[in-house]
Design a protein around this ligand. Sequence first.
Ligand code: GLN
Length: 199
Amino acid sequence: MRPVIGVLALQGDFQEHLTALARLGAQGREVRLPEDFEGLSGLIIPGGESTTIGRLIERFGLREPIVAFARSGRPIWGTCAGMIVLAREVDPDTRARTQHLLGLLDIVVRRNAFGPQIESFETELEIPAIGSEPVRAVFIRAPVVAEIGPAVEPLARLPDGTVVAVRQSNLIGTAFHPELTGDDRFHAWFCRLAGEHAP
Ligand code: GLN
């Protein structure tokens, strides 16, 4: 059976993830309610506004199902705001007054790390886990990973060494947006991880 990949569809660019999954022939599902987790093999938390997504996760009672999903070993991938929501901590200088975090990924993130002058930019990144060809990465009011715990592996860095993609076992975070480039290798890789958990 084809694995079903859930995309948290509370706010942000979930549609772009669903479109990328469809391009790959993968089966995507919008996730808004606890029952939407039934039968999923992987979950994507999209980019958007981390304070809003965090608030809506609480309001819709999704914290527990997401934490249980992570504990089950199935993969979860957060892009940009999604990575922030997965994180253990936000650098106090950049944390919103109300910033609900899932605390699953053992990282400290700095929000809007490139400042107002450079709100968004694109660059090529080496991501050996994905393939030998560099990946085009789009950063939009992006966070960076300021600290990583011992179980966290950096997957990509900017030329100055700043970590912008991480993996901790079944949890993945990227500061950038692979769903916006038309280069679907990151999604294909995630679908392969999820496929190992297909029912
Ligand atoms: N700056 C946003 C936040 O802190 C993230 C931006 C994005 O997801 N593109 O939530």
